[in-house]
Design a protein around this ligand. Structure first.
Ligand SMILES: [Zn+2]
Length: 338
């Protein structure tokens, strides 16, 4: 089979790889329907995370169950299945508490920009759809496996409530999905921070009521101006830089909440400052598995269409162009078709 391998920053190759095999009785093999490039894949592409030895890439997938191990009964070959980037047994204490992305048997997916993928913990990780969905739903279901689930968690962690006001920091795919989540959870005012026209448009389509183009402390000042100097109930931090986190913390009102889902890079939080703001803070890798049944329903019923975040479609063999287009911000998110 073929898949993407990163050799060094800016060097992702489409290569012939060994076909994945069932290694544990809890594994399944998926034949990829569609996969994609994630914003977090850009950290090693840009050299901001060490690449180390050449290794496969990708953690988002939807596809057809090809084979299952002896202990997997929840899905069967031929079914179409969606799973999270963090695999989980869905039975341990952390899973039962709803934190499947902190499963004691968790394994992060790392080989999904490929024609076939081995899924550990398949029994707890994969959710099969009732029937094979039409191809028009595949991008939306793929979004559910990571960016939509992550945007959902950001809104939940930020405690978005009906009638509340939310700010979304970050206009990448996760931030845009965060807008969808805030709207679905009933936020009355959703302020998207973006300076890119096409992303602003999509944010409005997804439910943003206001756009703020200023960044950093200027962005905070603008938010304060819009909220009688108080700040907002909920902030979804979907970037992961120090500046984005400061902007998020400073935009929340006293007693407000920040949900942070951008993978933190050089984010430092001043404990004393946080203490005096009364702002609540929760982040982490999203427990996407908990949301899968609900989000799959919302996509298949046409209630939400997070697949619109894919504004570039490439054959999998052109995966490197997907990285390049996202790095240069020519594309929000690149869909890859095997
Ligand atoms: Zn578990």
């Amino acid at each position: 089979m073929h898949g993407a391998v990163i050799h060094a920053p800016g060097d992702v190759r489409f290569e012939t790889l060994d076909d994945p095999e069932i290694l544990e009785p809890t594994d399944a093999i998926i034949r990829t329907a569609v996969t994609c490039v994630c914003g977090t894949d850009l950290w090693p592409w840009r050299g901001l995370d060490a690449t180390g030895e050449a290794h496969p890439m990708g953690h988002e997938y939807v596809g057809f169950v090809e084979a299952v191990g002896g202990e997997v009964t929840s899905v069967e070959p031929g079914q179409f299945a969606v799973g999270s980037f963090a695999t989980s047994d869905n039975t341990c204490a952390n899973c039962r508490n709803g934190w499947q992305s902190n499963c004691v048997n968790r394994e992060f997916m790392t080989t999904c920009q490929a024609e076939y993928v081995r899924i550990p913990n398949a029994q707890g990780t994969l959710v099969a759809t009732e029937e094979v969905p039409g191809e028009e739903f595949w991008p939306g279901l793929l979004a559910v496996s990571d960016v939509m689930g992550t945007g959902w968690y950001a809104a939940e962690a930020a405690e978005v409530r009906p009638g509340s006001t939310a700010v979304v920091v970050g206009d990448g795919a996760v931030g845009l999905c965060g807008v969808i989540a805030a709207r679905e959870m009933g936020a009355e005012r959703i302020i998207a921070m973006s300076r890119h026209e096409s992303r602003q448009e999509l944010a409005r389509e997804f439910g943003a009521t206001d756009i703020v183009t200023e960044r950093g402390e200027d962005g905070v000042a603008r938010i304060k101006e819009m909220t009688d100097g108080i700040g907002v109930d909920s902030v979804l931090e979907c970037v992961g830089t120090g500046q984005a986190m400061r902007q998020a913390l400073h935009s929340a009102r006293p007693g407000g909440n920040v949900g942070f889902v951008g993978l933190p890079h050089e984010v430092a939080i001043d404990g004393e400052e946080l203490f005096f703001t009364h702002v609540g803070l929760r982040g982490g890798p999203a427990p996407v598995r908990r949301y899968l049944p609900d989000l799959i329903d919302r996509v298949l019923s046409g209630r939400i269409d997070p697949g619109k975040v894919f504004d570039l479609t490439l054959p999998l063999e052109q995966v490197e162009e997907g990285y390049r287009a996202m790095d240069e911000r020519r594309a929000v998110k690149a869909l890859l078709t095997p």
